[in-house]
Design a binder for this molecule. Structure first.
Ligand SMILES: C[S@@+](CC[C@H](N)C(=O)[O-])C[C@H]1O[C@@H](n2cnc3c(N)ncnc32)[C@H](O)[C@@H]1O
Length: 356
């Protein structure tokens, strides 16, 4: 991966429909330097990768589980003159991605969580009730869709998903309405589901659409977004060199809580932890660089309303040795996608509150 002399500036321009959020502080916290290797774990439209490549003559490994994001990055790969490699992969496997690119350790890992504007805007992806489309919501192309979950999940599981991942107060009422509707005909479209929810949850002027929380919950569940996040953080901890930087931009309080708790646990000096009291953590693996999360200023929010809920946290990898395993107690107690699909709505067995 050799760099052409002016390739840093060549990749600085270019149009992307997704407007990256907090890109300047994100790249600053990554402390990009010439010769460094950085993983952009959520490539999307490549806004972060483009900024990292423009900051110094470095190398970027871009990962996205969405094949269309990887295909859309081909121009940037060309422009980067060998400094950008793209891989279709889940970021829980980012160690494997780096190894495949010949790197056992890297200088920085950055996550920009959630969905991209392109994913939201394509009706056929089924992420948004603003366009009618199939109730799909998968970021990658495999596994059960949101329609499968809505069709198969027991009332109890569905209510737990909406209440936990959507923080939806009306979860039970919504699920009763879904249950009545799916008894008549399968709920296969985004509009159909949004209309069922809107009958139960009254919208108020100026408030979010009544189906917003339901859609968010199903999307997070279908893609196991919180499980992926925790696995991604652990993988980044393993992959980063001492002095390497971790940067995470989260848009959802559940995500941000996981990032904050993970960093609090891994930066604690001496003794065990609330989550793993049995472990003597001699040395922390991270120093937290952001005592409070970085948020967007008014000017950025005015240009890009998505930025309003963004929270950036950053940390530096210490030389501390790794603790085995994934911290417990950081993920909400919910059945997995496989469990929900496996037992189906016909079975009334109590939800085994497994996990994680
Ligand atoms: C908010 S967008 C990132 C936008 C990007 N920073 C940019 O500037 O264009 C999030 C991207 O992460 C991807 N993604 C979400 N979860 C993922 C996971 N577990 N593994 C890999 N990619 C993931 C999504 O497919 C989406 O393209």
């Amino acid at each position: 991966m050799t760099a052409s002399s002016d390739s840093a500036s060549a990749v600085a321009g270019g149009l992307a429909r997704h407007i990256p959020v907090l890109v300047r502080p994100a790249v600053d916290f990554l402390a990009v330097r010439a010769g460094g290797v950085y993983v952009d774990a959520t490539f999307g439209a490549g806004g972060y990768s483009r900024a990292i490549l423009a900051a110094a003559e470095c190398t970027v490994i871009g990962i996205d589980r969405d094949p269309s994001a990887i295909a859309g990055g081909s121009e940037l790969v060309q422009a980067a003159g060998g400094r950008l490699v793209l891989l279709e992969q889940q970021f829980s496997d980012l160690q494997d991605a780096a190894t495949r690119c010949g790197h056992d350790a890297v200088d920085g890992v950055i996550f920009d969580l959630g969905v991209s504007s392109m994913q939201l805007d394509q009706a056929e992806r089924g992420f948004s009730f603003r366009h009618d489309g199939p109730l799909d919501m998968r970021m990658g192309g495999s596994g059960p869709t949101a329609a499968d979950v809505v069709a198969q999940a027991s009332e109890r599981d569905l209510a737990a998903i909406l209440a936990t991942l959507g923080e939806e107060r009306h979860a039970r009422a919504i699920v009763r309405a879904i249950n009545r509707a799916r008894g008549d005909a399968p709920i296969e479209g985004t509009r159909a589901l949004a209309e069922i929810v809107a009958v139960v949850v009254r919208g108020r002027p100026g408030a979010i659409h009544p189906a917003t929380r339901t859609f968010q919950a199903l999307r997070i569940f279908v893609n196991d977004e919180l499980g992926e996040l925790l696995a991604g953080l652990v993988a980044a901890e393993r992959l980063l060199k001492p002095g390497g930087r971790l940067v995470v931009v989260a848009f959802h309080s559940l995500e941000d809580r996981i990032v904050k708790s993970f960093l609090a646990e891994r930066s604690r000096r001496g003794g065990g932890s609330r989550h793993r009291p049995e472990i003597e953590q001699a040395q922390p693996t991270f120093d937290v660089l952001t005592r409070r999360p970085i948020v967007a200023d008014d000017a950025e929010v005015a240009v890009n309303p998505r930025a309003r809920s963004a929270k950036l946290r950053a940390a530096e990898r210490t030389a501390g040795s790794l603790v085995d395993g994934v911290p417990s107690g950081l993920l909400p107690r919910l059945p997995s996608l496989a469990e929900v699909m496996g037992r189906g709505r016909s079975q009334s067995s109590p939800t085994a509150r497994r996990r994680r």
